[in-house]
Design a protein around this ligand. Structure first.
Ligand code: ATP
Length: 584
């Protein structure tokens, strides 16, 4: 008879892991445990690995537990007898619902219960995730309570954390994969990693391991059209000469860097699917892409989808206005710029050099004007070649260039030295974007009449706890966003700007706005200016040519870029000027 692994066994291992921060120790604890599971109860290995990753499904399915903070508070309240108010107060102190539930459990309930197996917990958690629709909050909570009531205090702690989809013990995906590898006595972790990156599903990985063993994993673990692979990533370069020095010993390509959305296009059995940079299924967002391919052969193409109109590339923001689902009428046309192919006609191409993959792409597909084009790229032999390509890319509304070694293989999920990216912004702008607080607004004129046309943005001074204006911004906004911001900001207009630092010389907006909204902004450079106060010196720091990127709804005004940070950024940019001069 198989010895079932208990949920308590898993929790004890997780607890051990929580007591150390040493990577090797964590790997040793986990790999020993996986080894035992492999022998005693192999069928539960995949569920255990999922739970160690605080997940139930592969990431690409985008299926969440659907348990919000509110349901967790309710369930703990009913399971412990504490009021929700008390739980909230305790949470402010401990920041951990798992510990609150563990410390306040009614222990006697547990005494006579049958011990939960890992499979019990995993399957019941899946049941909870299936509950959707009208009364799902209640049914989810009841199922959670049933599980909680069968748990010991330690199990309760980890159960609650699993409900929250975070174990909070510093267990990264990489550590889990290394531990699986070690459980198979294999110290070469790339075998497991590459198998997982080709098919990022623990269920599939563990099944392949159990059936074929680690030695044959790479033969049997295949890319499967319809299941997204993790895209290959590039290293940023701030300097053309330095970037060239990294590539000059290799044959390499300089390719336009299009500013849109990464699209991984899968075509199989007459069906086309589109996945995002983060493996999300975007098929419904791009009916125009899915209707493009009639090929009988299966393939996976790596590309950038770009908003396109009248033969021209349009700004990135346009594409983000497209709905994610049920796109019936195409208002923003998309052109796909294909730059790589990783699977064609039932064959994986990952290990082929880029030069050959490009050849396969170009010889088997035909461009369709304004719909499907090959990314423009040429082999380069000098810094001047890259510079020319960079100039052409900028003139063609691209955001820079990619450098790619023509001999490089496709390494899923790897930020490889074989791919480099150089953006216009990196060369002539402040390296990083800033998160600034809206503290004032100017009424719009002309096309913008009826909305605000410009905004006063500020840094946060965490010593004085006041906001210090650093720029007026009017660029980067769509008509829709201006309308939205007018509606959002109007209720925040105030005649008492007591939290804002300004003096007679300062720029005064038409209306002051209570600090509430944080926006991400990019600038060409930073400079000193007497009309701004950011940095609290005699002259403040201001942003030159600020451009709105997006709202940071995840940030509070106190989380914005601080005045000290902007001061440091200014000083660094002054130091770096000599470094950048060679490109200007
Ligand atoms: P990263 O994807 O490197 O984590 P990110 O998401 O911030 O960073 P960028 O820094 O803009 O994106 O640069 C990488 C992205 O550039 C790719 O993920 C891809 O979407 C896009 N891209 C545009 N043109 C190309 C191209 N020719 N080759 C590869 N990627 C390209």
């Amino acid at each position: 008879m198989v010895d079932k692994i208990l949920f308590l066994d898993l929790c004890k291992e997780l607890e051990k892991i929580s007591k150390t921060t040493k990577r090797l120790e964590i790997q040793s604890i986990l790999s020993q445990f996986f080894k035992i599971v492999k022998i005693k109860d192999p069928n539960s290995l995949s569920s255990i690995v999922f739970l160690c990753n605080a997940s139930l499904y592969p990431e690409y399915l985008n299926t969440e537990m659907g348990i919000g903070e509110h349901i967790i508070q309710q369930a703990i309240s009913e399971g412990t007898g504490l009021s929700v108010k008390t739980i909230k107060q305790k949470f402010v102190k401990s920041g951990d619902y798992g510990v609150i539930a563990m410390d306040n459990r009614v222990n006697q309930l547990f005494a006579s219960k049958k011990l939960l197996t890992v499979e019990d917990v995993f399957n019941n958690m899946k049941r909870i995730s299936f509950e959707t629709g009208k009364n799902s909050t209640n049914s989810k909570k009841n199922l959670m309570l049933q599980l909680m009531n069968a748990c010991s205090p330690l199990e309760t702690k980890y159960l609650i954390r699993l409900f929250e989809s975070q174990l909070k013990i510093g267990l990264a995906l990489q550590t889990i994969l290394i531990s699986i590898s070690l459980a198979y006595d294999e110290s070469n972790f790339t075998i497991i990693k590459s198998a997982y990156n080709k098919h990022p599903d623990f269920n599939y990985l563990i099944e392949m391991l159990l059936v074929h063993g680690i030695e044959k994993l790479n033969i049997f673990c295949k890319i499967t059209p319809g299941i997204p692979i993790k895209p290959m990533l590039a290293h940023p370069h701030k300097n053309l000469t330095k970037a060239f020095s990294k590539f000059e010993n290799n044959k390499f390509l300089s390719e336009f860097k299009y500013d849109g959305e990464r699209v991984q296009i899968h075509h199989f059995n007459g069906v086309t699917k589109v996945f995002s940079r983060n493996s999300e299924d975007m098929t419904e967002k791009f009916p125009d892409i899915t209707s493009m391919f009639l090929s009988e052969k299966s393939f996976i193409i790596d590309a950038e989808g770009v908003a396109f109109s009248d033969g021209k590339i349009m700004p990135f923001q346009l594409l983000s206005t497209r709905k994610r689902k049920n796109v019936e009428k195409i208002e923003v046309a998309v052109c796909v710029f294909a730059f790589d192919i990783v699977f064609f006609d039932s064959k994986e191409l990952l290990d082929m050099p880029l030069s050959e993959r490009r050849e396969i792409l170009r010889s088997n597909f035909s461009e369709i004007e304004s719909k499907f084009q090959f990314a423009i790229g040429y082999e380069c032999n000098s810094v001047e070649d890259i510079e020319t390509q960079f100039k052409n890319a900028s003139e063609g509304n691209c955001e820079g260039v990619m450098l790619k070694s023509l001999t490089s293989t496709y390494q899923p999920s790897h930020r490889s030295n074989s791919w480099g990216k150089i953006k216009k912004d990196y060369l002539d702008a402040v390296g990083d974007s800033l998160d600034l607080v809206v503290v004032g607004a100017f009424y719009g004129k002309g096309k913008r009449t009826g909305n605000f046309g410009g905004f006063l943005l500020a840094t946060y001074n965490d010593e004085t706890t006041r906001f210090e204006p650093c720029c007026k911004i009017g660029t980067g906004f769509s008509d829709e966003s201006l309308k939205l911001f007018y509606d959002q900001l109007s209720p925040k207009i105030t005649s008492n700007p007591s939290q804002i630092d300004f003096n007679d010389k300062s720029i005064h907006p038409d209306v002051w706005i209570l600090p509430h909204y944080v926006w991400e902004v990019k600038a060409a450079s930073l400079s000193l200016s007497p009309i701004y106060s950011a940095g609290s010196r005699e002259k403040g720091i201001s942003l030159r040519f600020p451009r709105f990127l997006n709202e940071r709804t995840d940030k509070k005004p106190e989380d914005a870029t601080t005045s000290n940070q902007i001061w440091r950024m200014y000083n660094e940019s002054v130091d770096e000027k000599s470094d950048d001069a060679e490109f200007n």
